[in-house]
Design a protein around this ligand. Structure first.
Ligand code: HEM
Length: 232
């Protein structure tokens, strides 16, 4: 399968359509982080390269993972081209995993009481909130690894249809864990809107709402299927 005017394979992951996806999702996440923390908040620009980029990266990761489960369900932009739709789904899933891994490395580099005082106790160790949220975040990343690895071309054949589908569905488990990661980290800030910079909701709250969309849609689809089965 090649593009008409080039020798590049049409099912390559990086192509004009997926580049547009990246520009929109990462660009919007970055713009939100800059506006909320630099313009509306009081974070110095010297913290842009790691602290602010980490916020944008983590939000984009959640959006990409969510989109990989929503394309074809509620996002119908690529319905007329099945091959392109599969490429975009794969791109979103892999990009979500890649950005989540970058976020994990950025966070581990930043993790200190100076950046995240509220997750440490007076002795400089993590408090319960910090330990719990981080443990769940690490496990979530591992659950994202399974659908990412099984997108490799040889995997559907190696695993067989049912096991391959099951491995793809572990992304839903990862999303549930991401919701827990974010609730434990963020819930106190969500309940104090008077402290939101420029009235803009925290990134953790935006991300949790995004993560809930595919989870709720999946639940609805499963219920509809069960209903249809029981009425037969
Ligand atoms: C090794 C794994 C992980 C580590 C060490 C980690 C660490 C962190 C840390 C330190 C924060 C900052 C909390 C704050 O700003 O108060 C955070 C927030 C966040 N994490 Fe993770 N995380 C991990 C995995 C994940 C995964 C797998 C995802 C999603 C795919 C994710 C998405 C987010 C999001 C969206 C935020 C909110 C950003 C914000 O409000 O600043 N994290 N994480």
């Amino acid at each position: 399968m090649t593009d008409e005017h080039s020798k590049l394979p049409a099912n390559r992951l990086w192509q004009p359509t997926t580049a547009k996806w990246f520009a929109v999702v990462f660009g919007a996440s970055l713009a939100y982080a800059i506006v909320r923390y630099h313009f509306a908040g009081n974070v110095f620009w010297r913290h842009f390269p790691l602290f602010i980029l980490n916020k944008a990266t983590s939000l984009a990761a959640v959006i990409f993972v969510a989109c990989s489960y929503l394309i074809g369900k509620i996002i119908h932009w690529h319905d007329d081209d099945r091959a392109l739709r599969l490429v975009v789904i794969k791109f979103c899933g892999l990009m979500g995993f890649f950005l989540a891994a970058v976020h994990a490395f950025f966070s581990l580099a930043l993790l200190s009481p100076a950046y995240y005082a509220k997750y440490f106790d007076d002795g400089g160790r993590f408090n319960l909130q910090g330990e719990l949220a981080l443990a769940v975040g690490v496990i979530a990343l591992f659950f994202l690894l399974s659908p990412a690895v099984t997108t490799l071309p040889m995997m559907p054949k190696a695993l067989g249809g049912w096991r391959w589908k099951r491995s793809q569905r572990t992304g839903y488990v990862a999303l549930v864990l991401v919701v827990v990661h974010l609730v434990v980290f963020g819930w106190k800030g969500w309940l104090a809107p008077q402290g939101w910079h420029g009235g803009l909701p925290p990134i953790s709250l935006v991300a949790v709402l995004v993560a809930l969309v595919p989870l709720l849609i999946k639940r609805k689809l499963v219920r509809d299927k069960e209903k249809a089965r029981s009425s037969q």
